[in-house]
Design a protein around this ligand. Structure first.
Ligand code: CMC
Length: 391
């Protein structure tokens, strides 16, 4: 064990070489394939960004059309999947359902596990890009006891997601461009973030040559936790609790600083960003715009802004370089769009899907070895077995 370096949480260990996402935590820079997140959020749409992340270049119009066509062609989910979905209790957490259904896709497409060529890989990728939003939307429908919707192949990728989630059974679907545009932007901002917890999970699962669907299912489970993607749900729950408490932000600040209290200020801090999270800046502005556009007044937004102001002036937070992260303001937008709190992390997963896929594909194409960290053993030395009646 003398040769093994211990690095809990892999704070200083690079696990791979990657050409997908560049992140400079000191300067708050984030780029996908060399393009700044600010520019992509402003000018690109989510499917273009997905293509860019997965294949490395911005698509031409033809390439994008073909990608979208192939996704739509493979978006049909087997009817039997509905029976699996129906058997979950209604109050089951949507992330647990999504992870299970994603894994279950393998059962209906066992060939997807064998990726012996670029074509096999492409088919698995477009299959998942097509089916994953269907599963996510159906999960929301199930929570609300609404009939499942199959989407509409004439719609754009993100537009179709909003239709599958929100269309009422007996009404023609009218898309609200404010909702579609803000969702598009949010999904772009979440699309990749190099070797974060869920992405590392996808790579590790995939490194054993388990299939793409099983690997992504592992990623969904990792994303679920409140220290990672689950923070967006936790933020809103925290802000609501503060509101119910009469807006007493000071009390929550004190709890977050108290080392005997496990409470953390949700939506603050980041493993890599130690200056600011560039995504949080874009999202904060988008939250203001969406609320104004939709004419929504959300008192929770004022609490969020107050909390941010206090934290940025507080010695504890300043010293530890804790700034609002991507999850701090996203929930306020999701709420304004009518998405239930428990679904927030599912929205994050919809955005992160192309990043997970791109990282899995890169790992497989680079023929990376199985992920298998070492340890430093600190247990008992060798000892003799004691029979049960002598213990
Ligand atoms: N509230 C209070 N104290 C905090 C917080 C917080 N949100 N975050 C970190 N700290 C303190 C922590 O107690 C430690 O203090 P000390 O040095 O006195 O022991 C110091 O700051 C460093 O924290 P750490 O836990 O060593 O940092 P990390 O890099 O391991 O953790 C983190 C990063 C994001 C898990 C953590 O900041 C956190 O738990 N934040 C709240 C949850 C959250 O918002 N997660 C979303 C992250 S961004 C998007 C995503 O990944 O999904």
């Amino acid at each position: 064990s003398g040769l093994i370096t211990l690095d809990p949480g892999y704070k200083n260990t690079g696990s791979c070489e990657s050409a997908i996402t560049y992140l400079d935590g000191e300067q708050g820079i984030l780029r996908y394939r060399g393009y700044s997140i600010e520019e992509l959020a402003e000018k690109a749409d989510f499917l273009e960004v997905a293509y860019l992340l997965i294949f490395g270049e911005l698509p031409t119009k033809q390439e994008l059309d073909k990608f979208h066509y192939d996704i739509k062609e493979r978006s049909e989910v087997d009817e039997d999947m509905k029976r699996i979905l129906d058997s979950f209790p209604r109050n089951a957490h949507p992330m647990g359902i999504l992870s299970s259904l994603t894994s279950a896709l393998t059962a209906f497409d066992p060939k997807s596990v064998n990726v012996n060529s670029r074509e096999d890989m492409y088919n698995a990728i477009v299959g998942l890009m097509g089916k994953f939003p269907v599963l996510a939307a159906w999960t929301l429908r199930k929570m609300r006891s609404k009939p499942y919707d199959y989407g509409d192949s004439s719609l754009g990728y993100v537009e179709n997601i909003t239709k599958m989630m929100f269309k009422k059974p007996n009404e023609e679907y009218k898309m609200n461009p404010v909702i579609v545009n803000s969702l598009d932007k949010l999904l772009i901002l979440h699309a990749d973030h190099e070797q974060n917890c869920s992405t590392s999970t996808v790579r590790i699962v995939g490194s054993s040559h388990a299939g793409l669907f099983a690997s992504i299912s592992g990623g969904v489970s990792a994303l679920w936790g409140p220290l990672h993607g689950g923070a967006n749900q936790a933020v809103i729950e925290m802000l609501e609790a503060i509101k119910a408490d009469g807006g007493d932000t000071k009390r929550y600040m004190a709890k977050a600083k108290d080392k005997d209290d496990p409470f953390r200020l949700m939506g603050f801090g980041h493993r890599v960003y130690k200056n600011f999270d560039p995504r949080a800046r874009i999202i904060k502005k988008a939250a203001d715009e969406v609320l104004a556009d939709l004419g929504v007044v959300d008192p929770v937004l004022d609490i969020a802004k107050g909390l941010e102001r206090e934290a940025l002036e507080d010695e504890y937070f300043v010293q530890r370089k804790l700034y609002p992260n991507v999850d701090f303001y996203s929930g306020i937008i999701y709420r304004a769009l009518g998405i239930p709190t428990e679904m927030f992390t599912v929205m994050f997963a919809l955005g992160r899907l192309p990043g997970w896929i791109a990282q899995w594909r890169e790992m497989r194409l680079r023929k990376e070895p199985i992920g298998r960290p070492r340890q430093i053993y600190v247990g008992e030395n060798a000892r003799s077995f004691v029979d049960i009646d002598k213990r």
